[in-house]
Write a protein that binds this ligand. Structure first.
Ligand code: HEC
Ligand code: HEC
Length: 368
């Protein structure tokens, strides 16, 4: 699962190229400014990050622990002291992210929902779900107007990729559909993004979303996944003495540390070659591999320690392509962050305090 060499290669690539980097643009109000990202590319990135979190959770947590220590994922996970289902993990994470009110809204839905709340809420959502049934190879996208303001809405098909998907849904007493087959579209992931008002434009091509805003959306998903994973998986199951998170999760048949969850999702994204990249770094890394890889990352980490309110950002050109990069502060949000890092034999810093900036999430987004 961990494919270190690729990550190393990418880090090296950035390092080598950072010697002839030039800052070339500042974000401006102009929506067609080249520092903006077309809405469809933005939702493609967002969708990949949502999928990466779900895949790591399904494969590395649910499937592995189901086999190795017989820890199952069940619908009533709270009462049964089990793992939440992957759909529930995604739903918890989307609820967490949507509650932050940063503009983006996403959720999992279906024309045949087990849980009524996951049904289409508008006529448009129903049409979108019907469209992806007809063309499951691409998302359904459209510029829509909500209360006089333009939004970009995309619905990505959610496919029955394993037998477990169809077995569980077909046999579930609350499922209105009992004949799902492998490869079927079972539902969709809907993503809604606000657009800048600019008259009566209805074409996708007329809009750009500032890279900084897209980075904030992606950061929100990463944070929400990690929050849900820490709270509803790691902390809950540790308190009940059911399973522990361990750095050597593979050998120990244990849960991944929250940092490792994010790092694994990052490896998955890098291997998809969509040119989007994120990772967790620190000036005081336990794992040397997570140290700053270039001048931008070093500067970014120093900056977010001093000004932890907004991310440190830069527009740059690497190998002829334009990129937006941001370093977001990563805070010691719980005493466990502090004690584990301070006590870890490989940690170069032993005096972290609660709410300190312990490191940062670096994100790289390609621009057109
Ligand atoms: C062990 C049972 C189980 C498995 C396996 C499972 N699901 Fe679900 N799924 C559920 C339940 C229960 C819900 C409702 C969760 C809620 O909202 O509380 C759900 C929700 C969903 C939804 C949202 C609409 C709805 O039905 O409420 C979609 C779409 C979905 N699942 C697709 C999938 C896909 C695709 C897979 C395989 C990758 C899968 N499910 C695997 C039980 C399962
Ligand atoms: C039980 C121990 C443990 C806990 C709890 C823990 N970490 Fe870590 N953390 C680690 C280990 C081990 C690594 C190195 C993971 C790797 O790369 O394999 C790491 C990596 C990191 C990194 C990347 C830099 C580095 O040190 O390698 C950051 C940043 C980080 N953790 C922040 C946090 C924050 C914030 C929390 C709390 C929300 C937290 N950690 C909780 C053990 C822990």
């Amino acid at each position: 699962m961990i494919k270190l060499p690729l990550t190393v290669l990418f880090a090296l690539f950035l390092l080598i190229n950072s010697f002839h980097v030039e800052s070339w643009a500042n974000p401006s109000g102009d929506p067609k400014n080249s520092s903006g990202i077309p809405p469809k590319s933005a939702t493609d990135y967002i969708h990949s990050v949502i999928e990466a979190g779900r895949t790591i959770y399904s494969e590395v947590i649910v499937e592995r622990l189901g086999v190795t220590i017989d820890l199952k994922a069940t619908e009533n996970w709270k009462e049964e002291n089990t793992l939440p289902l992957p759909a529930q993990f995604l739903l918890l994470s989307s609820t967490t992210s949507n509650a932050k009110d940063i503009g983006m809204d996403y959720r999992l839905m279906s024309l045949w929902p087990i849980s009524e709340k996951n049904g289409p809420k508008t006529k448009f959502e129903k049409i979108g779900l019907e469209e992806i049934l007809k063309s499951p190879d691409k998302p359904f996208t459209k510029v829509v107007t909500i209360q006089g303001k333009p939004f970009f809405k995309a619905i990505y098909p959610d496919l029955a990729v394993t037998k477990a998907c169809i077995n569980c849904h077909n046999h579930h007493p609350k499922s209105p559909k009992k004949d799902f087959k492998m490869g079927d579209v079972m539902g969709g992931i809907s993503i809604l993004l606000p657009l800048n008002s600019q008259g009566a434009n209805t074409k996708e091509e007329d809009y750009r979303i500032p890279a900084e805003v897209v980075a904030d959306y992606i950061h929100s998903i990463l944070e929400s996944d990690r929050q849900v994973y820490s709270k509803h998986v790691v902390n809950r199951l540790q308190e009940k003495n059911i399973v522990y998170a361990s750095e050597n999760w593979w050998e120990d048949n244990a849960l991944l540390l929250p940092a490792q969850f994010l790092l694994n999702a990052s490896d998955l994204i890098i291997n998809k070659n969509i040119d989007l990249d994120f990772k967790l770094i620190s000036s005081w890394p336990i794992n040397k591999h997570n140290g700053p890889a270039n001048e931008f990352e070093r500067k970014g980490l120093k900056n977010v320690v001093r000004h932890p309110v907004r991310p440190f950002i830069e527009y740059r050109e690497i190998g002829g392509r334009k990129y937006f990069q941001a370093v977001y502060p990563d805070f010691a949000v719980s005493p466990a962050c502090v004690s584990c890092h301070n006590d870890h034999p490989n940690s170069p810093k032993k005096d972290f305090k609660l709410n300190d900036v312990m490191g940062g999430i670096v994100m790289t987004l390609p621009l057109q």
